[in-house]
Design a binder for this molecule. Structure first.
Ligand code: ATP
Length: 324
């Protein structure tokens, strides 16, 4: 193996640049040439790739987003586009590909491996929703940004003695809501994985106020309910309170990656290169007990579902359990 390539696909996540840098540097350490594919699988099919140099990744470890740009390209599910992608790679004499993205992107990587081209995945998504791995690149940064915004909102909430319902990202997963909620000392955390009773949420908020709190925070995962809908329903249960809703939205995807995201991205980027050199394919990397682990794409994604940290969710329920 003399040449490999790397691409980013799906939603961008802080730390993707750190992973790209590690792929290049580890590739150079092993005497490889590393190509960057721009605009995800679409760029791969269109031949939008070029040799990366240290200058391309210099200074990027601390930046959010992805220097290779990302794209959603559902047409990559078609075999003719997968074959065209392999033609583009072979034209440049590239022998292996590293795909940084979510589980959809891993399916793209798998389709190439099934056609005989080795590809390996690295989990890059703020949602932390990939089965197997306890951690995805970008999650810690997104939680940190969400928490910073929630802390700021709590200043104004306290001044006006308000209840704020704050919608955070995560698609179908409640991980960002749980971590940001526990860290912010939220009165309630609403996630798609657990059912909730609006009357019970109202009771908890009221009990908090009675016990001396001057504001209340409800952290709502976007996958559970839209914030406007939640606020409209919640207000009917607490007519005496001033309630506001806010969606933090795409701000959570931006900003400098945290140290944790940079370290894990760097570890997984380097390991992906080592695996390609060992002849592995059809696998993705993840983190288990703080260490890089290897997962089979077919086995793990088909047989497992992502699980949220139920213990943290329950802990928050216990810590907010008060009598009116
Ligand atoms: P995130 O959910 O964080 O945005 P993701 O990688 O899961 O990340 P998707 O939009 O599901 O995001 O997938 C990204 C891209 O991967 C798609 O636009 C498509 O190019 C490719 N892809 C997804 N599913 C498949 C599949 N079954 N076969 C081939 N390619 C796929």
């Amino acid at each position: 193996m003399k040449r490999i390539a790397v691409l980013t696909s799906g939603g961008d996540a802080p730390g993707m640049n750190a992973a790209i840098r590690a792929v290049l540097n580890q590739g150079m350490h092993h005497g490889l040439e590393v190509y960057g594919v721009y605009h995800g699988f679409q760029g791969l099919v269109e031949g939008d790739l070029r040799l990366l140099t240290v200058n391309d990744v210099h200074h990027q470890i601390k930046l959010g987003g992805t220097l290779l740009h990302s794209a959603r390209y559902p047409e990559f599910k078609e075999r003719k586009n997968q074959e065209r992608a392999i033609e583009q790679l072979k034209k440049q004499k590239i022998d292996g590909l590293i795909v940084i993205g979510g589980d959809g992107s891993f399916q793209g990587a798998l389709s190439l491996t099934k056609l005989g081209f080795p590809a390996i995945g690295i989990p890059g998504t703020i949602d932390n929703d990939i089965p197997g791995t306890e951690y995805t690149i970008g999650f810690d940064s997104a939680v940190t940004v969400a928490l910073d915004a929630i802390d700021k909102i709590s200043d104004t909430a306290a001044s006006h003695e308000r209840t704020f319902v704050i919608e955070v990202m995560g698609r179908h997963a409640g991980d960002i809501a749980i971590w940001a909620g526990v860290a912010a000392g939220a009165d309630a955390i609403i996630i798609p994985e657990e059912s909730f009773d609006m009357e019970q949420v109202a009771y908890t908020v009221r009990a908090g106020r009675r016990s001396g709190k001057d504001y209340s925070l409800i952290i709502l995962a976007e996958g559970a309910m839209a914030v406007d809908e939640f606020v409209a329903e919640f207000k009917e249960h607490v007519p005496e309170q001033s309630v506001r809703g806010v969606a933090l939205s795409h701000i959570q995807r931006g900003g400098a990656p945290t140290a944790r995201d940079r370290v894990f991205a760097t570890s997984m980027g380097a390991k992906a290169v080592d695996l390609l050199l060992e002849g592995q394919a059809g696998v993705y990397l993840g983190i288990n007990e703080e260490r890089v682990s290897i997962f089979d794409i077919v086995e793990t994604l088909e047989k497992n579902e992502h699980k949220v940290r139920e213990d943290l969710y329950k802990l928050n329920l216990e810590l907010t359990d008060r009598d009116l």
